[in-house]
Design a binder for this molecule. Structure first.
Ligand SMILES: Cc1cc2nc3c(=O)[nH]c(=O)nc-3n(C[C@H](O)[C@H](O)[C@H](O)COP(=O)(O)OP(=O)(O)OC[C@H]3O[C@@H](n4cnc5c(N)ncnc54)[C@H](O)[C@@H]3O)c2cc1C
Length: 316
């Protein structure tokens, strides 16, 4: 029986762990399939406050983990397959069959960017392939950029990236865009954006210094074409990692957990959510960390008020 279990070790989960551990609540932190979270897949992080020269993503995450361990947070590998939130204490089932019981739960399982699944794509993440314009746009000053996608976020990322790009090509596999008219109009009025519609991405091309272009098939003629670029931004959406919750926590239509405005509380008392798993908008390390702090403080308050419940007899 744990007073608090945190699921996920990205910036949200580790910040929650630092706060709960410093409040003497000895949280258990489950690492999941990606220990350290998304930032372990990137190189330099230049926008996390406190590091004027920037810091490598894996180093930043290793530091956060050390900080949580220093105050008594316990870590364990493995990931949560399913949960039973119908009564407290909550039951969490780990892959492999083991179960854990927790009085409170902090969900910080992030949202995974969708990839195209084409050759050369995953190998070049951090070498020219990106799923985050806010994070990586600055690295592409004066460079040619491709944005792949046809929704609102692709239009938004494309417009934003023209601040840095010498030229920007928007690639979409259909003739028509899914984006709202206002977002399309904004992109179409942008003189730096050219359009390669009705093109299916086939392969990200790269050389010694990273990405060199994108091979696409022209769906009308069937011919293959190469679009030269040093950056390929894949903007086809994210999948929040909430499947293991089996619908027991309220989510929006895309699967993002809904939290009470200005708080980390979910619709289930004692269950809190922080980071990208409940944030369809900002999806940054610093916002994830900030909401991790909120979740820990909300959880602490909940535990203070909850000790009179029946199940408190099993409190350590
Ligand atoms: C390539 C790349 C570069 C980026 N660069 C920047 C940048 O420069 N600056 C910036 O601010 N942001 C950047 N971001 C965004 C930033 O990484 C995210 O906003 C941030 O990591 C979100 O933190 P999080 O804690 O919510 O989730 P994540 O970092 O996604 O962590 C989720 C955690 O949950 C765990 N997990 C998932 N499912 C389960 C499960 N079922 N059971 C147990 N554990 C589970 C995973 O193992 C992982 O530890 C970048 C993202 C990417 C992909």
């Amino acid at each position: 029986m744990y007073k608090s279990v945190i699921i996920g070790t990205g910036p949200a989960g580790l910040t929650a762990a630092i706060y709960l551990a410093r409040a003497n609540l000895n949280p258990l932190v489950i690492e999941g399939p990606e220990p350290g979270g998304q930032l372990t897949t990137t190189t330099e992080v230049e926008n996390f406050p406190g590091f004027p020269e920037g810091i490598m993503g894996p180093e930043l995450m290793a530091n956060m983990r050390k900080q949580a361990e220093r105050f008594g947070a316990q870590f364990r590998s493995g990931w949560i397959n399913s949960v039973d939130l119908s009564k407290r204490p909550f039951t969490l089932s780990l892959e492999g069959g083991e179960t854990l019981q927790a009085e409170t739960l902090i969900i910080s399982t992030g949202a995974s960017a969708k990839y195209l699944g084409i050759p050369g794509e995953k190998d070049n993440v951090g070498r020219g392939v990106s799923t985050c314009a806010t994070c990586d746009g600055f690295f592409f000053r004066g460079k040619k950029i491709i944005v792949v996608g046809g929704g609102d976020s692709a239009m938004e990322e494309a417009n934003f990236l023209t601040r840095f790009a010498s030229e920007l090509t928007l690639v979409h596999r259909r003739d028509e865009l899914r984006a709202s008219k206002i977002m399309q109009d904004r992109a179409r009025e942008n003189p730096k954006i050219s359009w390669s519609l009705n093109r299916t991405p086939l392969e990200v091309l790269s050389g010694e210094n990273g990405v060199t272009g994108l091979k696409v098939r022209n769906n009308e003629t069937g011919e293959e074409e190469i679009i030269e670029a040093q950056g390929v931004f894949v903007a086809i959406g994210h999948t929040p990692n909430t499947k293991f919750l089996g619908g027991q926590v309220e989510t929006d239509e895309h699967g993002y957990i809904i939290t009470k405005p200005g708080s980390s509380e979910t619709n289930v008392p004692g269950v809190f959510a922080c980071g990208d798993v409940q944030d369809n908008k900002y999806r940054q390390a610093i916002t994830a960390a900030g909401s991790g702090c909120m979740a820990a403080l909300d959880c602490e308050k909940f535990l203070e008020g909850a000790v009179t419940q029946d199940w408190s007899v099993s409190l350590g």
